[in-house]
Design a protein around this ligand. Structure first.
Ligand code: HEC
Ligand code: HEC
Length: 418
């Protein structure tokens, strides 16, 4: 039995489970679903009756804007900042989708974050993230100016494509405190779909040593959805929790001494609810291709070497009814060359390794958005994303470029519908 269950309709779902108790395994296996109503995002497994309240709380916390400490009617949602990037998860993550693409003129979405680093993993005077906003009475740290330089790429068959190469400058009150060795790490808010399934991939499937490295974030620097959630609260919203007991103030003593919105500001039940909400989000389903286009696209994807990193299948454990997922990632990190690498303020290139980005659901646009692919959103299409692949993916990109145009188009369209 294949059903298009909208799991959020718990009433209907309970009835189905009662009617087909023996097949609940199959019911729980609807990874790809249509996202129609952003207020009711579908889940890949039923939200059990005893989880319903937690799921709803998680969704509410995800969507709601936090307020400065002591604000009236904040209902446990105060303590924002004093410096921050956005007031809600949803402001950056667009109903679970990635950030909207930066425009050609260099206008950046809220969901674009400039992380700051130093080579020895030390924290910069501005903390781990450049915080462009402050509550009343405090100093914001600064903002990002983005300029794209356009460049043309020529295919062997004579056709062309245009790429936009980002150049960043920082501006603002505290930017002068950063040393020339500071690494700029431009990052788009990632899509959150299917993260509970990525969480269920056993470490041995992607690490030879069997240890448990990070699997979330553009560089797989974070171990779990909960960890990334608590990190985001601390760094991008100025809200501390049991897991991350500090705001992202860097050296600013005034910032560090700002009034608290509670101890901790983000309560344990909020963290748990948010984690559940994100972990059960399904993956948006694209319009299916006809059988022939599906088969040819898959063949081209394999033949041009994409599958070496964008693995068509990964095992998952501990989930009833699902033993493998088609996320099109190996959850490993790869060097894609200098042009995608992070740079220091003085321009020096820092060798960077990126987690193979999962391709499932990539056609799902943020509200009113355009595709802004890759870790910094520079790619406006799948084609541009592929043309930026170099380093370990150089050979694969060459093979793609050598295909006749009709086959390139087929492969790109197929990729967009994962
Ligand atoms: C100002 C924008 C912003 C806000 C606010 C924000 N995030 Fe994010 N989020 C990001 C960015 C940027 C990344 C990528 C980070 C990286 O790769 O290092 C990210 C990554 C994530 C990821 C990892 C997804 C993956 O598969 O790699 C999760 C989960 C996440 N955020 C959850 C949240 C939650 C929950 C909240 C609210 C508590 C939140 N975020 C608030 C910008 C934001
Ligand atoms: C050597 C490994 C490797 C190979 C081979 C490879 N990719 Fe990738 N791909 C990556 C990594 C790593 C990223 C993330 C880069 C980043 O974050 O900037 C990525 C990102 C992408 C993205 C953007 C996804 C997003 O969410 O922004 C697309 C689309 C993509 N690859 C398609 C392809 C296609 C099509 C092929 C084959 C022609 C291919 N890739 C071959 C490693 C690879």
């Amino acid at each position: 039995m294949r059903t298009e269950v909208q799991h959020w309709r718990r009433g209907a779902l309970l009835l189905l489970v009662l009617a087909f108790p023996a097949q609940s395994g199959e019911l729980s296996a609807t990874v790809h679903q249509r996202f129609v109503d952003s207020r009711q995002p579908p889940t890949w497994r039923p939200v059990e009756a005893d989880e319903a309240a937690r799921f709803q709380l998680g969704q509410a916390v995800f969507n709601s804007a936090w307020l400065p400490a002591g604000a009236e009617r904040a209902e446990r949602r105060d303590g924002l900042g004093p410096v921050f990037n956005a007031t809600s998860c949803d402001a950056c993550h667009n109903n679970g989708a990635r950030a909207t693409a930066p425009t050609d003129e260099g206008r950046l979405p809220i969901g674009f974050v400039m992380q700051l680093g130093l080579a020895d993993a030390a924290t910069t005077p501005l903390g781990d993230v450049l915080n462009p906003v402050a509550i009343e009475g405090y100093r914001a740290e600064g903002g990002v100016v983005l300029n794209y330089q356009l460049r043309e790429v020529h295919y062997p068959d004579g056709s062309r494509a245009e790429l936009r190469e980002p150049r960043y400058q920082l501006q603002g009150p505290r930017v002068a405190e950063l040393s020339a060795q500071t690494v700029l790490k431009p990052r788009m808010a990632s899509p959150l779909f299917g993260s509970g399934l990525l969480d269920a991939v056993p470490p041995r499937a992607f690490t030879p040593l069997g240890d448990s490295p990070g699997r979330f974030g553009w560089q797989a620097g974070t171990r779990s959805v909960r960890d990334q959630t608590a990190k985001a609260f601390s760094r991008e919203m100025g809200l501390h929790s049991a897991d991350y007991p500090m705001d992202d103030c860097g050296d600013d003593a005034l910032c560090a001494a700002a009034p608290e919105g509670g101890e901790p500001e983000v309560s344990e039940d909020f963290l748990q609810a948010l984690t559940l909400f994100q972990s059960v989000l399904a993956v948006p389903r694209a319009e299916p291709l006809d059988a022939e286009a599906e088969q040819q696209g898959a063949e081209l994807f394999q033949r041009t070497g994409c599958t070496a990193c964008h693995a068509p299948s990964l095992p998952v454990e501990g989930i009833q009814g699902i033993s493998a997922i088609a996320a099109y990632t190996d959850l490993r990190r790869h060097d894609l060359g200098e042009e995608l690498a992070d740079r220091r303020l003085d321009g020096e290139i820092i060798k960077s390794r990126w987690r193979t980005a999962p391709l499932w659901g990539i056609a799902h646009l943020p509200r009113a958005g355009h595709l802004g692919l890759l870790h910094d959103g520079r790619a406006r299409s799948v084609e541009e994303a592929v043309l930026w692949h170099a380093g370990e993916a150089d050979e694969s990109r060459r093979q793609f470029m050598a295909l006749p145009k009709s086959q390139r188009d087929r492969l790109l369209d197929w990729t967009l519908r994962r």
